[in-house]
Design a protein around this ligand. Structure first.
Ligand code: MN
Ligand code: MN
Length: 290
């Protein structure tokens, strides 16, 4: 692998890991989600990278894709089960990692949290170049099932390319029978989600994470210039585009920008997640966020 690319991938992993740890130190009862997001994203910039995507703080039955709105007033409550998901990017090379915490250390969902974390560890143990993708899913699903929970079937890990957080590779949390393999030289994220509910996620209301989605990008567009094809938050464009709400409406109308919905289980179900980014090489497996 190109030494420059590898050094960027490793640096992004190191900063992404530090950011995930930093974010968790800020989460406490009464803290604003907005403060945690902005402080964590600032931390990444101060470390010499950019966030790969806005900090996701998804609570209880939300599985993913909640990031605070501008002026968001939402606060953490004791007992909230929070999926903290963040990464760093260095010259387009990306890390993506996540952990689940209980606000105030209540400990009501320790087993659920352990199940996604242990499923991730089990997957990392079997990971090798040219492993069939379905086998990774089988190891994840078996572990979560054995601990009494359901793996989430319609969310999973993914391949990562430069300026591309989700490549065509999808890594399921169960054995989907996919015999395609992980080729050496590939960056992947593995992210087991465990559920106390049905293990199926649906799209909630539009969230606050956006991405350029048109096939032809206007290279002069300031938002494309700032984030390329990586996700961004409305919070991030308030100084870039004075009339940002109108800009987003217009671009979504032209299908040049799309919005990530908040992903949810049914009410009452609880979700945990754990995630690492891995560089798979012919002779070496490097967990960049560990
Ligand atoms: Mn993630
Ligand atoms: Mn991911």
């Amino acid at each position: 692998m190109d030494p420059y690319e590898k050094s960027c991938i490793l640096k992004a992993g190191k900063i992404g890991k530090a950011a995930l740890e930093f974010a968790q130190t800020l989460i406490e009862p009464g803290a604003l989600l907005l403060d945690v997001a902005e402080k964590t994203e600032t931390f990444i910039r101060q470390e010499g990278a950019q966030p790969s995507f806005p900090l996701n703080l998804s609570i209880n039955h939300e599985a993913a894709h909640y990031t605070p709105f501008p002026n968001d007033k939402k606060t953490f409550k004791t007992g909230d089960l929070v999926k903290v998901d963040i990464g760093a990017q260095v010259d387009g090379f990306i890390s993506d990692n996540a952990a689940t915490v209980e606000v105030g250390g209540t400990g009501n969902y320790s087993n659920l949290i352990d199940s996604s974390r242990e499923a991730l560890e089990a997957a990392l143990k079997v990971l090798r170049p040219n492993i069939p993708i379905g086998l990774i899913g089988r190891v994840i699903g078996d572990k979560i099932n054995s601990m009494g929970f359901k793996p989430v079937k319609n969310l999973g890990g993914h391949g990562i390319n430069r300026f591309d957080l989700h490549s065509r590779i999808f890594i399921p949390n169960y054995d989907d029978g996919n015999g395609a393999t992980i080729t050496p030289g590939t960056v992947i994220a593995i992210e087991p989600f465990a559920s106390t509910g049905t293990g199926m996620i649906h799209n909630g209301p539009g969230g606050n994470i956006y991405i350029m989605s048109g096939t032809k990008q206007d290279k002069r567009d300031p938002v494309y210039g700032a984030f390329n094809m990586l996700p961004f938050a409305e919070r991030w464009i308030t100084s870039l585009i004075p009339d940002h709400s109108a800009y987003l409406r217009k671009m979504m109308g032209k299908k040049q920008i799309s919005q990530f919905p908040v992903l949810k289980e049914h009410n009452g179900a609880m979700i945990s997640q754990a995630e690492h980014t891995i560089l798979v090489l012919a002779d070496e497996i490097i967990v960049t966020t560990k």
